[in-house]
Design a protein around this ligand. Sequence first.
Ligand code: FUL
Length: 465
Amino acid sequence: MEWQKLEYIAFVHFTVNTFTDKEWGEGTEDPKVFLPTELDCRQWARVCKEAGMKMMILTAKHHDGFCLWPSRFTEHSVKNSLWREGKGDVVREAAEACREYGLKFGFYLSPWDRHEKCYGDSPRYNEYYKNQLRELLTNYGKIHEVWFDAACGEGPNGKMQIYDMEGYVGVMRQLQPGAASMGPYDGYAKDESGYGRETEWMAVPRFIPADGSLYEPRNVGQALGYINRPDFGSRALSVEVVTKHHYPWDWWVSENIVSIRPGWFYHASQDNEVKSLEKLLDIYYCSVGRGGPLLLNIPPDRRGRIHETDAQRLREMGKVLRATFATDLARGAKATASQVRHGHAAYAAANTVDGDHYTYWMADDGTEATALEYDLGGEKTFNRVVLQEFVRRGQRVEEFAVEVWDGQEWVEAAHGTTIGYKRIFCIADVKAQKVRVRILRSRICPTLASFGLYFAPPVSEILGQ
Ligand code: FUL
């Protein structure tokens, strides 16, 4: 839950590809091609901070196998580049910059390695990979996320490496128990669009294999097959998973990943293809606003800096988001619920407008449809509605509506299916004193941790254009 609260995260793709103009390196690159002229991780961190991001995830090693830190286990790293005369360590500089700017730090370590000779000799390579994991998890302070990328482009004649995913995750749990993993069983990326689903269930059937490990690619693949089904999360499919296969469900968050440019790595030819502010805001509302974190990739250029265009876009995005969510107009509203669990104050409606995500409203067992009403104490104009379930008790709501009192009757302002960790609705400006949330369907008695109303001024006004 702490990890989900980060919401908006930077992905930083940087390696030899930046200098060879590739997306996937071959693994045969000369380390000397890695030569940023003005590497400045503090500039990356500053840009992330200004954008409102809470964490940075750096590609410590991409598929080409080149290490941005001087790993003891390979020569294919910054230590054989000319950058800082082979004495540099990008991972260290990035981790320190993040600490200085109050950002959390994580890394991407590609299991697929096109350089390492022992790749394909499964036990040996697994040991190599775990050794690198140990270096990164031991020498760089607190790590908050590890990205185990599932990509592998080896063809049928390529080397067949069986990843010891369970072992990899085990090393992470042992050395950094507070870190989340992208890959087996904390998060997953559905695609690379950055857009979450309209109906998003943060759950995945845990395929318990008769033989072999939980993290065996086949099992993960089977899980992903389910996740990508259009009826994923439906009652029917959920029942099928449990009754037919006897699989339990795991909490598995969909991480929304996308790059600010067409490529994951920097290419000068894409300088004019940086996503517009409008597009980035749309992605934000359709990712964070649908309950999953947004990992927005910002690739440093050959200088080792975030390009000015990207930096400017991110600064604007930060400004707009800050101005939009500056004041919660529902905070402290008079809140009532048609029903409160056991009639107890611990579950009172007021808990949804106290600004504390750990207090919540909850209905009685057996209640699946109910409503909460808010009196804002005066007319307020708003155009953003934010709801959050108390996900420590799981995700429950299947359909809900938000209505405003126009003086004569209740008028629907928003209607949705899932709420989950967070749901944000962008609606046309509406002025009202009374607002109500109707839970129309819930899988079990519903909870609500917070209800918020905001007014987003026009972007041109925020940016002074
Ligand atoms: C994919 C990789 O193949 C891409 O290069 C990129 O790193 C993306 C985030 O994940 O699997």
